[in-house]
Design a protein around this ligand. Structure first.
Ligand SMILES: [Zn+2]
Length: 321
């Protein structure tokens, strides 16, 4: 079942029915917004045997849904970084020269392409420049800037947005989660169904949210030592640090928006903390916070020692008024 992004789906539907559809498409948006679910829906749209596509009940729709349609091919990830091997990409290019097995179209899906290396992308260039008439290529990524410009220029990009909170609540209750879990998850991750689900199912994520909230209280009350303790005890590897930094950044963003009196929905996991922070935030300090986070990101990505990075972040965050 697919929730949200209704206007995007309407556009795609209209384009397929008018036969104006590009054969190479990029769905980009935050992790958890349902880009892969949308890719599947789109494959169904392209292959559905009924007029009201995708009907969800014809043979094609059902086999796509169950990942067993012979003409819908998901590119396999390889390696620790989650990229695609040259061999896997070459195999897909070769396969795309062969006519569809059952219908009139063949669909190749490359999910999570943010870590696709230049080599793999360059192998793809030729085929996505002039794909066979039956072949469609769908890419999903968090950002449109992680792919090479030569690739991007050949893809039709579509932004995928999170659902509304109501849609997320509805979707999560359809999945059978308990009402109080759902409310808690949505208060942290709003319309991002994937992240809400992860929050409910994964104890570690709940710990990290709670840790982030503690860190925000330490910043508000300028408790430097406690801040360090929170991080030292709870953040032991780079990925966890990046995850927490992203949550902090969103809370800082919410605080800045609140301070300016804008009536925009919160995007962070701690609306309460953002409110408290907003009261104490000058505009220069808001920018300062943003810069601190960027510095920490850069240090972590440059493999600077994690404890050092976090100590520096703490010192920087506590500076100024
Ligand atoms: Zn159908």
């Amino acid at each position: 079942m697919l929730y949200g992004n209704e206007s995007l789906r309407n556009v795609l539907f209209k384009m397929t029915s008018d036969d104006r559809l590009a054969q190479c498409i990029l769905f980009y948006g935050d992790k958890g917004t349902g880009k892969k679910t949308l890719s599947k829906w789109f494959a169904q749209l392209l292959l559905c045997e009924n007029d009201k596509a995708p009907c969800g009940i014809c043979k094609n729709c059902k086999t796509v849904q169950n990942d067993v349609h012979p003409d819908v091919i998901w590119a396999e990830h390889s390696g620790k970084l989650g990229g695609f091997s040259a061999a896997a990409v070459r195999a897909i290019c070769a396969d795309a020269a062969i006519a569809p097995n059952s219908g009139t179209r063949k669909i190749y899906i490359f999910g999570d392409c943010d870590k696709m290396d230049a080599r793999a992308q360059n192998i793809l260039l030729k085929i996505i420049e002039e794909p066979p008439a039956f072949a469609y290529f769908i890419f999903t990524a968090m950002s449109r800037h992680t792919l090479l410009p030569t690739i991007i220029s050949r893809l039709m990009p579509f932004a995928v947005s999170p659902c509304t909170e109501n849609e997320a609540e509805y979707a999560l209750s359809e999945m059978g989660f308990a009402q109080n879990d759902i409310e808690e998850a949505v208060s942290c991750f709003h319309g991002n169904i994937g992240k809400c689900k992860e929050y409910i199912e994964n104890e570690r994520i709940r710990q990290l949210v709670s840790l982030t909230k503690d860190a925000v209280r330490c910043i508000i009350e300028k408790r430097e030592y406690d801040f360090l303790k929170v991080f030292y005890n709870g953040v032991s590897d780079r990925n966890t640090a990046l995850y927490v930094l992203e949550m902090l950044e969103r809370i800082f963003r919410d605080a800045s928006v609140l301070r300016l009196g804008h009536d925009l929905p919160c995007i962070g996991c701690d609306p309460e903390g953002a409110k408290l922070l907003a009261v104490r935030l000058s505009s220069s300090r808001g920018q300062h916070f943003h810069k601190c986070i960027l510095n920490a990101y850069a240090a972590i990505n440059a493999n600077v020692n994690l404890q050092l990075t976090l100590s520096a972040l703490c010192a920087e965050l506590m500076m100024g008024r």
